[in-house]
Every structure is written in structure tokens, then in C-alpha cells.
Design a protein around this ligand. Structure first.
Ligand code: CO
Length: 211
């Protein structure tokens, strides 16, 4: 209970620290938001989006779930994407994975995790698509790391496939989609510089919508 109550003490201190620097801080915060970034990341408690990006409240729209998935039928993530791209007009959509991801590791094992099974199957599908590359990596940890990266890549492709992203990109050249990985060992963010042009070459016709 002590730890629980501490939260409200922390919160009051946080409010004070904001007001010291800017008495109008919450006046501005309550006026509205126009973040440049949509961040889709893992729910893992060790990967706090704002903090690792060095961004303040109001600067990044955040969606997190187990293993940073963009499941095609997930109304939750697609509502977030729709709202961020169409209404908030974010300029960048980031899918951020992290090495040592429990979700990715679980997908690599054959343990029965109940309700999590269909969710993790999405990652197993990523494994299947990139099976040759992954099976060529002998070291299990290195293979898991590469799966984290390829999972980010596939989720980025799913973002690009959405109508809302295609439409706005065609009109305005935005949003740009980026794949990142966060490394818990050194705290650094890595831009994977995913070659989307190359990846989408050949499959563009499949996902292209009339806009
Ligand atoms: Co994770």
C-alpha cells in the first residue's frame, strides 16, 4: 500500500516541478495536442516511450501492447493509427521493438500461454516469413534479436498497408514510417533504416488501394 500511495506524492511533486518552470504549463497542456510522432511500442515496463525519446507530454502519441504488434483486425491499434494520422496529422509513425522482448521470446518457445497464443502467433508468422534467414543464425540469442528486428519490420509494413497512411502519404508525403529497436543493455535507440522501397517492391500491387 505504501508504494501505491507514493504515486500520488510523486504526482504532486511532478506538478510542482512543472509549475516552477512554467506557471502556465497545464493551461497549455489542456488546450490541445499536436504531436509530430505516433509511437507504437511494447508494453514492457522497461521501455517508457516519452522518457527514452526525451519528449514531453503532448509531443508523442503512444500506443503500446505486448511485442508492439499491428494486428490487421485489432480495432484498438487501428483506431490509434487512424486518429493520429488523419486527425492529429503526425509526421512520423514509429514502430519500436526491444531486444530481450518477453513476447518475442515466448513466441520462439512452444509453451502454451493460453489467451496469449493467438496474439503471439502473429510473431510466429513473422518467423515463418523470414524462416530461412532466421534458421541460418545459430546462436539462439542472436536469432531472437533478429526476430525482434524483423517483427518491427513486418509491423511497419502493416502500418504502411493501411488506407489512412496510403491516402495521406500520397497527398502530403507524410507520415513517414520508421522501425526502431531499443536496447535495454545500453539504453540506446537504433533506427533500423528499413528499406521499405525494396521490401514493398513486388508486393505493392497487392496492397495498393484506389485513393
Ligand atoms: Co517486449
Amino acid at each position: 500500500m505504501e508504494r501505491y500511495r507514493q504515486i500520488f506524492e510523486n504526482n504532486k511533486k511532478w506538478v510542482e516541478s512543472k509549475l516552477i518552470h512554467d506557471p502556465d504549463y497545464f493551461l497549455r497542456l489542456s488546450a490541445g495536442q499536436s504531436p509530430d510522432f505516433l509511437y507504437i511500442g511494447c508494453a514492457d515496463s522497461r521501455v517508457p516511450a516519452n522518457e527514452i525519446m526525451g519528449l514531453e507530454p503532448g509531443e508523442v502519441f503512444v500506443h503500446r501492447n505486448v511485442a508492439n504488434l499491428v494486428v490487421n483486425t485489432d480495432l484498438n491499434v487501428h483506431s490509434v493509427i487512424e486518429y493520429a494520422v488523419e486527425h492529429l496529422k503526425v509526421k512520423h509513425v514509429i514502430v519500436c521493438g526491444h531486444y530481450g522482448c518477453g513476447g518475442v521470446n515466448a513466441a520462439m518457445s512452444s509453451r502454451d500461454l493460453g489467451l496469449l497464443n493467438p496474439w503471439l502467433r502473429e510473431i510466429r508468422d513473422v518467423f515463418r516469413i523470414h524462416r530461412n534467414e532466421l534458421m541460418a543464425i545459430e546462436d539462439e540469442q542472436e536469432r531472437a534479436k533478429r526476430l525482434v528486428e524483423l517483427n518491427v519490420q513486418e509491423q511497419c509494413v502493416r502500418v504502411i498497408k493501411t488506407a489512412v497512411v496510403q491516402k495521406r502519404y500520397l497527398k502530403e508525403g507524410y507520415p513517414k514510417v520508421h522501425g526502431w529497436v531499443f536496447d535495454l543493455h545500453d539504453g540506446l535507440l537504433k533506427d533500423l533504416h528499413i528499406p521499405f522501397e525494396q521490401i514493398l517492391e513486388g508486393i505493392r500491387e497487392i496492397y495498393r488501394l484506389e485513393v
